[in-house]
Design a protein around this ligand. Structure first.
Ligand SMILES: Cc1cc2nc3c(=O)[nH]c(=O)nc-3n(C[C@H](O)[C@H](O)[C@H](O)COP(=O)(O)OP(=O)(O)OC[C@H]3O[C@@H](n4cnc5c(N)ncnc54)[C@H](O)[C@@H]3O)c2cc1C
Length: 518
C-alpha cells in the first residue's frame, strides 16, 4: 500500500464511488473488505491512523462472550461463535485457540460454570474450539501455577480465540487494498456534501500531511466512526437525536511470569459484577477490563486511578504473588461504542445497529471485533439496497485475509505477519542492520519498522510502536527507548529531516508516558 498512490487515485476520480466509508477501525475496514470483495468501488478515510480508536485497544479475544450467555443473549453468542470459527479459518496466522480456566472457590461454582460452558460449547456447534471440562484442584494449579491455592476446589477449562487486533486491522486493510479499495489514513472527514434534494452524496476530507482538501463523491456514505458516530451524524443533521453512549475499559500489562503457562484466567464475577480476564499475549500477561461511563470521547482516553486499583486488587485475590503498580509495564484504555439504552453501560447490548438518517447517511455501530465480518455483510447489503448499487452476494465467509498462512509457528516473533514474514526476513537478510532487535525486552527487529513504512502505510513513530508492532501496549518504557531508532528508520524511508525526527521522538515520548503507571 502506498499513500501517495492512494491519494492520487482519490484526487483523480471523477465518477462517484459506490461507497465512501468514514472511520478506519474494525467496523469501517470490515465494510471496505466486504464491499471491495463484491466488486464495488470503495474509498475509506480515517482521521488518524488505522486502528487508533477502540480497535487496537480490545482485550484481544475472538469470542462468543460467556458474559452475554449469562445475560441470556443467545443469538448474539451464537452469531459471535460462528464468526469466531470463520475468522480462525480465514486468518489462521492471527487467530489462535486459547484455554481459559475459571477457578472455583465455592461449592456451587463447578456445576454452575460447568453447565454454562457446556452450553457455550453446544452453541458453537461445528465452529467449536474444544470441549470444556471440569478440573480437579491439582489440574487447575497445573494449568495456572500462580493461582491462590487456599480454598481452591477446582476449576473449569473452556476454549476461545485470541488475536492481535491492530495487526488484524492492517491485514484487513491490505485485503481491501488487494481488492482495489483506496484507504487514506490521516484524512479526517470534515463535512458531508448533499444533492439538490438534500441527500448525502459525498464528503469532504483533509489530508493532514499536505493540508489539502479532498472532495469525494459517493452513492452511499457509511459512517463507521465508533464512539464518534454522533459527530458525523450531526454533520448531516445537527438536530439528530444522539445514538451513542460511551464507556471505557482499561487493561494492565505485566510480565508473563504472573501467569506462567499458556492458559488464561477468567474471573466470571468481580466485585462490580463484571468479568475479568488475565491472558497471555505476545509474551506478556494482560489483565482487564473495567466499565466506566465516559461523557466525552477522545482518541487517547486516560485510565482512572480507581480502575487501576480495581484491576490490581481483583488480580491480587487470585494470585499467590499479587501484582503491584511497580509490576505494570503498560496500561491502555479503550472506549466502547454502545448504542443507547436505559440501564448500566455494562448491561447494554453488544449487538450492532444499522441506522439510516433522513439524509441517507448510513451508520453502522455497536457490535464487537469478533463480529466485524457479519456487521460488514449486513451494512453492505443495506448499502446496496439504499444506493441501488450493483447487487452481488457477500464473499467474505470464505475469503482469506491478507497474510493467510496455515502454520506460522516456525516464524517466531514474526508469526503475526503470516506469509509476509518471509519478505521481512528477506529485508533483514539483505541488510544485516535491519535484523537487529530494537530493544532487548521486546522481540521487534528494525526490518519491521521499514516494512511498516514501505507496505503498511505507517507514517509516524507512534504508528510503528503502537499498532504495526505492539511495543507501546506491551512495555511503555521500552517503547520510549525504541523511539529514536524507529524515527531514524522512518525518516530514511519517508524522506524526512532531523527536525522531523526530533519532533517525532518528543511527541511519542509524551504520549507513551500516559501508558505508564508510576
Ligand atoms: C476495553 C474494550 C475491550 C474490548 N475487547 C474486545 C474483545 O476482546 N473482543 C471483541 O470482539 N471486541 C472487544 N471490544 C469491542 C471492539 O474493540 C469494538 O467493538 C471495535 O473495535 C469497534 O470498532 P469501530 O471500528 O466501530 O470503532 P473504532 O475502532 O473506534 O474506529 C472508529 C474510527 O473512526 C475514526 N474517526 C472518527 N472521526 C472521524 C472523522 N471525522 N473522519 C475520519 N475518521 C474518523 C477514529 O479515528 C477511529 O479510528 C472491546 C472494546 C473495549 C472498549
Amino acid at each position: 500500500m502506498r499513500r501517495e498512490e492512494m491519494l492520487a487515485r482519490a484526487h483523480a476520480r471523477t465518477e462517484p464511488w459506490d461507497i465512501a466509508i468514514i472511520g478506519g477501525g474494525a467496523t469501517g475496514m470490515g465494510v471496505a473488505v466486504d464491499a471491495a470483495a463484491r466488486g464495488l468501488s470503495v474509498v475509506l478515510v480515517e482521521a488518524h491512523d488505522f486502528g487508533k480508536g477502540t480497535s487496537s485497544r480490545s482485550t484481544k479475544l475472538v469470542h462468543g462472550g460467556v458474559r452475554y450467555l449469562e445475560q441470556g443473549n443467545i443469538p448474539l453468542v451464537m452469531s459471535a461463535l460462528k464468526e469466531r470459527g470463520l475468522l480462525r479459518q480465514n486468518a489462521p496466522h492471527l487467530v489462535h485457540d486459547l484455554a481459559f480456566v475459571v477457578p472455583n472457590y465455592s461449592w456451587w461454582e463447578a456445576p454452575f460454570y460447568g453447565i454454562g460452558l457446556k452450553l457455550y460449547d453446544m452453541l458453537a456447534g461445528k465452529y467449536g474450539f474444544g470441549a470444556s471440562k471440569l478440573l480437579s484442584k491439582e489440574e487447575t494449579l497445573e494449568r495456572l501455577p500462580g493461582l491462590e491455592p487456599d480454598e481452591l476446589r477446582g476449576g473449569v477449562v473452556y476454549y476461545d480465540g485470541q488475536f492481535d487486533d491492530a495487526r488484524l486491522l492492517i491485514h484487513l486493510a491490505m485485503t481491501a487494498a488487494d481488492h482495489g479499495a483506496v484507504l487514506l489514513n490521516y484524512c479526517p472527514a470534515t463535512g458531508l456534501t448533499r444533492d439538490v434534494e438534500g441527500y448525502v452524496n459525498g464528503l469532504t476530507a483533509r489530508d493532514e500531511e499536505s493540508g489539502h482538501a479532498i472532495t469525494i463523491q459517493a452513492r452511499i456514505v457509511v459512517n463507521a466512526t465508533g464512539v464518534f458516530t454522533d459527530n458525523i451524524r450531526h454533520m448531516a443533521d445537527p438536530a439528530a437525536e444522539p445514538l451513542m453512549v460511551t464507556s471505557q475499559g482499561i487493561h494492565l500489562v505485566f510480565e508473563r511470569s504472573f501467569l506462567h503457562g499458556d492458559t488464561a484466567l477468567m474471573v466470571p464475577k468481580t466485585s462490580d459484577g463484571r468479568v475479568l480476564f488475565v491472558i497471555p499475549w505476545h509474551g506478556h500477561a494482560v489483565a482487564g477490563t473495567t466499565d466506566t461511563p465516559v461523557d466525552e470521547p477522545t482518541l487517547e482516553p486516560r485510565p482512572y486511578e480507581e480502575e487501576i486499583e480495581f484491576i490490581l486488587d481483583t488480580a491480587s485475590r487470585f494470585f499467590v504473588r499479587p501484582p503491584t503498580r511497580a509490576d505494570v509495564l503498560a496500561v491502555y484504555v479503550g472506549l466502547r461504542p454502545l448504542v443507547k439504552g436505559d440501564g448500566k453501560t455494562s448491561a447494554l447490548s453488544r449487538d450492532h445497529v444499522i441506522h439510516v438518517d433522513t439524509s441517507g447517511l448510513l451508520t453502522i455501530t455497536g457490535g464487537k471485533w469478533t463480529t466485524y465480518r457479519h456487521m460488514a455483510e449486513d451494512c453492505v447489503d443495506h448499502a446496496i439496497t439504499l444506493g441501488k448499487l450493483p447487487d452481488s452476494d457477500c464473499r467474505t465467509k470464505n475469503l482469506r485475509i491478507h497474510g493467510y498462512l496455515e502454520d506460522s509457528s516456525s516464524l517466531g516473533g514474526l508469526d503475526v505477519y503470516g506469509s509476509d514474514a518471509q519478505r521481512i526476513l528477506a529485508l533483514a537478510a539483505a541488510e544485516p542492520a535491519l535484523a537487529a532487535q530494537l530493544h532487548p525486552a521486546l522481540p521487534y527487529i528494525a526490518a519491521e519498522a521499514v516494512w511498516a513504512a514501505r507496505e503498511e502505510l505507517a507514517r509516524s513513530v507512534e504508528d510503528v510502536l503502537a499498532r504495526r508492532t505492539r511495543a507501546l501496549f506491551l512495555n511503555a518504557r521500552a517503547a520510549i527507548a525504541m523511539a529514536e531508532p524507529v524515527a531514524k528508520l522512518l525518516a530514511a524511508e519517508l524522506g524526512r529531516d532531523q527536525s522531523w525526527i526530533d519532533t517525532q521522538i518528543e511527541q511519542f515520548t509524551e504520549l507513551a508516558q500516559q501508558y505508564r503507571v508510576v
